[in-house]
Ligand binder design. Structure first.
Ligand code: GTP
Ligand code: MG
Length: 149
């Protein structure tokens, strides 16, 4: 079953939106298989967002992501990488549809409250960057045969 990486960014943590965001994933039927609060240091932030290192907003992005603790999760479920990206919504919250996380809780691209992996390759890379194997759990989901056909 597919896994994806999610980061609840510093602005969402400070705004006490952790529960609200996680609840959406749980209600959808996705399984939380790893979760913790961490301080992202500059080195880790630069690795995580390496693809953007030459962008004009890179410095501000690193400052934003390292400004206070974040909550990181690994979610598991059928097609969860694309399902979670759709739940998160467009990068720029002013373009994000209502009903998406960014569309419901954010206004600006530089404060868009959540990150989610955009491909199987980035999911694998990001999960490895933030979690040891021993921090990722496997446990029975009793309603799996109700959620899945
Ligand atoms: P992530 O899930 O955080 O990776 O967002 P994304 O995949 O929807 O967008 P992308 O990877 O292109 O950008 C990474 C992050 O950089 C965004 O989530 C924003 O926080 C930030 N970002 C992207 N574009 C801009 C921009 O034009 N200005 C500013 N200030 N930040 C930006
Ligand atoms: Mg991205």
């Amino acid at each position: 079953m597919e896994k994806t990486f999610v980061m609840i960014k510093p602005d969402a943590v400070k705004r006490r939106l952790i529960g609200e965001i996680i609840q959406r994933f749980e209600k959808r039927g996705l399984q939380i298989v790893a979760m913790k609060m961490v301080d992202v240091d500059k080195e880790l932030a630069k690795k995580h967002y390496a693809e953007h290192k030459d962008k004009p907003f890179f410095k501000d992005l690193i400052k934003y992501i390292t400004s206070s603790p974040v909550v990181v999760l690994v979610l598991k479920g059928k097609n969860c990488i694309s399902v979670v990206r759709k739940m998160v919504g467009a990068t720029d919250p002013k373009e994000a549809e209502s009903g998406t996380i960014r569309g419901d809780f954010a206004l600006e691209i530089g404060r868009n409250i959540i990150h989610a992996s955009d491909s199987p390759e980035s999911a694998e890379r990001e999960i490895k960057l933030f979690f040891k194997n021993s921090e990722i759990f496997e446990y029975n989901m009793p309603d799996a045969d109700i959620i899945y056909e």
